[in-house]
Design a protein around this ligand. Structure first.
Ligand code: PBG
Length: 330
């Protein structure tokens, strides 16, 4: 690129001098329709339960969900992602509640489809909210068993599709699950159900507040997810994960977390011509909120800067707990 001349003929500050001009030349922009709102749902009626490690985020019951989904849609948000808080009595080693066609997520999907049909619904496909040990897979002799887990994930994705879910989003990181889920959806008549693959999901320390929110942290204890989620040291491997998920039938892929993995978002967006989404995760949210509560940062400005960074890196859309706040501000 040789579009630059020498100073003083070229003064790059000229285009920065006035607000209108900065707007005209902006290369990237945040828009409410870039944002996907992740929501924690719980049983009950008319109840919001705060999550201490995620100030400002509440677990909500389905009646409130219906109202908030409407608000989100009116603000220009196009999709909502559901994460259930499952009663501990329903948690089992195999996470059987995950494929109960009347589970909390399936009821939430029907509720939103009824009351706000214009908003897209994303449901997480993973067992961790449902297992008594907090892992995303079936555990035998201390190992996460890949193929048996994939069988259950297929049943989970199918009940979600039957309930009317638009996008199933496997976040478990088992091998081969995208292909298996795609095959089940095809054979059961759900050929139009989208798959958003959490293709490059890292074994990150930034998921702590999420695990508080879905009550899996205590169950997980000192165990970790490093035998299936990716090693933060790797980036070429992320491209292999993504390439495989595309081959297996993913419509969109997700990189997660966002900010610490901008290089992965960028490489993915450059290497593959399909939509890449970023997940601005719970720990990224909590850090900024905590600093803002101390008066150390302008929380909203930092959040906007982080989200814009993900877009600049190449993210087409972003899952973020600040979706409503930011959409209101925009
Ligand atoms: C479950 C899942 C997790 C997140 C989304 N889906 C947690 C985990 O993998 O332990 C984390 C999201 C966040 O931190 O905001 N498979």
């Amino acid at each position: 690129m040789t579009c630059h001349g020498a100073y003083p003929r070229t003064r790059l500050r000229r285009t920065r001098m006035q607000g209108w001009c900065r707007e005209l030349v902006a290369e990237h922009r945040l828009h409410p329709s870039d944002l996907i709102w992740p929501v924690f749902i719980q049983e009950g009626k008319n109840t919001e339960t705060p999550i201490p490690s995620m100030p400002g985020v509440n677990r909500i019951t389905l009646d409130i969900l219906a109202k908030k989904a409407k608000t989100a849609s009116q603000l220009g948000i196009q999709a909502i992602a559901l994460f259930p808080v499952i009663d501990s009595k329903l948690k089992t080693p195999n996470g059987d509640e995950a494929f109960n066609p009347d589970n909390l997520v399936c009821r939430a999907i029907k509720e939103i489809k009824n009351s706000v049909p214009e908003i897209g619904i994303i449901a997480d496909v993973a067992l961790d909210p449902y297992t008594s040990h907090g892992q995303d897979g079936i555990v035998e002799n201390g190992q996460i068993i890949n193929d048996k887990t994939v069988d259950i994930l297929c049943r989970q994705a199918l009940v979600q599709a039957r309930a009317g879910c638009d996008i199933v989003a496997p976040s478990d990181m088992m091998d081969g699950r995208i292909g298996a889920i795609r095959a089940v959806l095809e054979s059961e008549g759900y050929q139009d159900t989208l798959i958003l693959a959490y293709a490059a999901k890292y074994a990150s320390a930034l998921y702590g507040p999420f695990r508080d929110a879905v009550d899996s942290k205590k169950l997980l204890g000192k165990a970790d997810k490093r035998s299936y989620q990716m090693d933060p040291a790797n980036s070429d491997e992320a491209l292999r994960e993504i390439a495989m998920d595309i081959t297996e039938g993913a419509d969109m892929v997700m990189v997660k977390p966002g900010l610490a993995y901008l290089d992965i978002i960028h490489r993915t967006a450059t290497a593959f011509p399909l939509p890449v989404f970023a997940y601005h995760v719970s720990g990224e949210y909590a850090m900024v909120k905590a600093a803002a509560a101390q008066g150390w940062l302008d929380g909203e400005a930092v959040m906007m800067e982080h989200l814009l960074a993900m877009k600049r890196a190449g993210a087409r859309a972003i899952l973020t707990y600040v979706a409503l706040e930011i959409a209101e501000r925009l």
